[in-house]
Write a protein that binds this ligand. Structure first.
Ligand SMILES: Cc1cc2nc3c(=O)[nH]c(=O)nc-3n(C[C@H](O)[C@H](O)[C@H](O)COP(=O)(O)OP(=O)(O)OC[C@H]3O[C@@H](n4cnc5c(N)ncnc54)[C@H](O)[C@@H]3O)c2cc1C
Length: 557
């Protein structure tokens, strides 16, 4: 019998998405729960994120009379994700469990006082498929006053875009020059910001609001939350995971778990050794995941026999990293730029090879797949003077003067003509001219015959709503011409241990590791090798945390 320093009903490793949700389930059932976080901040990558969850058939869709159902979402996932032997995390049974429990989990959290809404227009990333939803299925937390956390305020990890603007409002901000509606939104957010300051509130949005609200609810429910508590080992007793080993004030500390241990310790985005092994061609310098995403709990679960799958997959996010931004947590995205009219992505030979408006995961899969055939990592985003004037480039405002270091370092390449640009990026001028002529012809004919960019609602949503006739397609013809490198960055990894419909960790032979549950990106995603819509990582982290805690509590009863 192990000699534990303390014992709780449920021990949760990591303070990310599903952790506090699982802890709240336990508390609601009168069980004790502890969340152990190894860094000095609560919230994980979830707190850094856009904070949206992909929740089909949710109450906000019903409220807004958007037609959705379990069957519709199921059809969508059947086609997009499919049944494959090499994606056990995304088995049909697990997909169905996810779809059944996702809206229920949201109802549970609303009952716990968490305030949500939906983002009104965030199309599914393959909305063209049967069951895909043009309006999207994203659920997000309402703005949150961080000061409500009292002494925990400074322990909450902070996300990108520290503005008191909802996702919907934030999407409109870049168009303030073109639209009165956007100007009004700028004004509204400005007034909200001033009022908040005058009334002593610190309003957060997105992942910070989500995790702030979850932390507030968890503390109020009596969940024990500890930062600076890295978990290094799972403790097994009589063949069952019975606790964990952590450190407290520099000394070993053993915590027992009566009903089970839930691992929600993120993926391995910041572990280059694991990346080289499972995801060659990617780099920890290109991730925006939080620094604690180092994979040791996946390795610890493997040590106890946990099967792993989908380890090659990451939630790719196309990045363009100018000099000086290499160490930044939030590196400039190339998503909006290459999804805008007047811009395309090419490999190093000057050939266009994808729909630049695909999901960020598909986009980066595309770069890596291309690079296995011909040099394409990094690829080049190629655009013209009109694009430069109208759209943000690597985090700088439309039309603004670009830093001299961009030119000096070779980050930003230019040419008065397409041929000049080709020489500057060392590709065949005839090839680049042919690529651009072909694209321009498609634009003039109104259809991208090669990659169908602009056909989906999602492609158009990513583009410029004020660009006519297509928000997605525009010619590249006004010199000077520009190119910047695009790399397959990411916002996290997407593979890990294989879990069953109750979020229990499985061995290779399909048997259970008793007492061990896992959720989030520590696991092989229920979405397989696909990203069906905004929130396809945070949503599952919450849902499987909810499912795991319910199972553990109910089994005990
Ligand atoms: C800028 C950005 C925007 C994004 N936007 C979205 C979005 O809107 N929707 C979406 O679905 N996804 C989004 N993503 C991806 C998403 O945020 C992550 O994939 C997701 O949050 C992972 O959640 P998780 O619960 O699995 O892990 P996390 O939230 O990362 O939590 C894991 C926690 O475990 C801790 N930990 C690790 N090891 C240990 C250990 N040994 N002991 C104790 N603690 C440990 C870590 O420090 C971390 O705090 C975004 C990511 C970024 C960077």
């Amino acid at each position: 019998m192990q000699d534990f320093n303390e014992t709780f009903d449920f021990v949760i490793v990591g303070s990310g998405g599903g952790s506090m949700c699982a802890a709240l389930v336990m508390r609601e059932r009168g069980k004790s729960a502890i969340v152990l976080e190894k860094t000095d901040m609560v919230g994980g990558t979830t707190a850094l994120s856009g904070g949206v969850m992909w929740i089909p058939n949710n109450r906000f869709l019903k409220r807004d009379r958007v037609e959705d159902s379990f069957e519709k979402a199921s059809l969508y996932l059947d086609i997009l994700v499919g049944d494959n032997d090499d994606t056990p995390g995304a088995s049909r049974e697990r997909r169905s469990t996810y779809l059944a429990h996702a809206p229920e989990m949201i109802e549970f959290l609303i009952g716990q006082g968490i305030k949500f809404d939906r983002v009104r227009h965030w199309p599914d990333y393959n909305d063209e498929l049967p069951g895909g939803l043009e309006e999207g299925r994203t659920v997000t937390a309402q703005l949150f006053d961080i000061n409500r956390l009292g002494p925990w305020r400074d322990k909450l990890r902070r996300g990108f875009l520290p503005l008191p603007a909802t996702n919907e409002e934030a999407f409109e901000l870049p168009y303030y020059k073109q639209s009165w509606r956007s100007k009004m939104i700028v004004l509204k957010v400005g007034i909200r910001s001033v009022l908040a300051r005058l009334t002593g509130r610190q309003l957060a949005a997105r992942g910070t609001a989500l995790q702030g609200r979850m932390l507030e609810a968890a503390l109020a429910a009596g969940v024990d939350i500890r930062t600076d508590h890295p978990v290094s080992e799972l403790i097994v007793e009589n063949g069952k995971v019975a606790g964990i080993l952590t450190t407290r004030d520099g000394k070993e500390w053993r915590i027992g778990a009566r009903l089970g241990v839930l691992v929600n310790a993120g993926g391995f985005a910041c572990n280059q050794e694991m990346r080289d092994r499972y995801q060659p061609g990617t780099s920890k310098n290109w991730t925006m995941a939080a620094e604690g995403d180092t994979g040791e709990m996946i390795q610890e679960m493997m040590r106890h026999g946990g099967a792993i799958a989908q380890m090659e997959e990451m939630i790719g996010h196309q990045l363009t990293i100018p000099p000086g931004a290499e160490q930044a947590q939030f590196k400039p995205s190339a998503q909006a730029l290459t999804g805008s009219p007047h811009c395309i992505l090419i490999d190093r030979a000057g050939v266009r090879y994808m729909n630049e408006a695909g999901s960020y995961m598909a986009y980066c899969q595309g770069i890596l797949a291309r690079d296995r055939q011909v040099p394409a990592n990094p690829s080049w985003a190629v655009f013209d003077a009109l694009c430069m004037r109208r759209y943000m480039v690597a985090g700088t405002m439309p039309g603004s003067k670009k830093p001299q270091s961009w030119y000096d370092s070779g980050f930003l390449r230019t040419g008065e003509t397409v041929e000049d640009l080709a020489r500057s990026i060392e590709c065949d001028p005839a090839q680049l001219s042919a690529t651009i002529d072909r694209f321009n012809r498609f634009v003039r004919n109104g259809r991208d015959e090669d990659f169908q960019r602009g056909d989906r609602a999602y492609d158009r949503w990513l583009g410029d709503p004020f660009h006519k006739p297509s928000p997605s397609l525009g010619t590249i013809e006004e010199g000077p011409f520009y190119a910047i490198p695009v790399v397959p960055g990411d916002v996290g990894t997407y593979g890990g241990v294989v879990t069953d419909v109750h979020a229990r960790v499985l061995r290779e032979d399909g048997s259970l590791i008793e007492g061990l549950y896992a959720t989030g990106v520590s696991t092989a995603s229920v979405m397989g090798r696909s990203y069906p819509g905004g929130g396809a990582s945070v949503g599952p982290s919450f849902v499987w945390g909810y499912v795991a805690a319910r199972h553990a509590a109910e089994t005990a009863q």
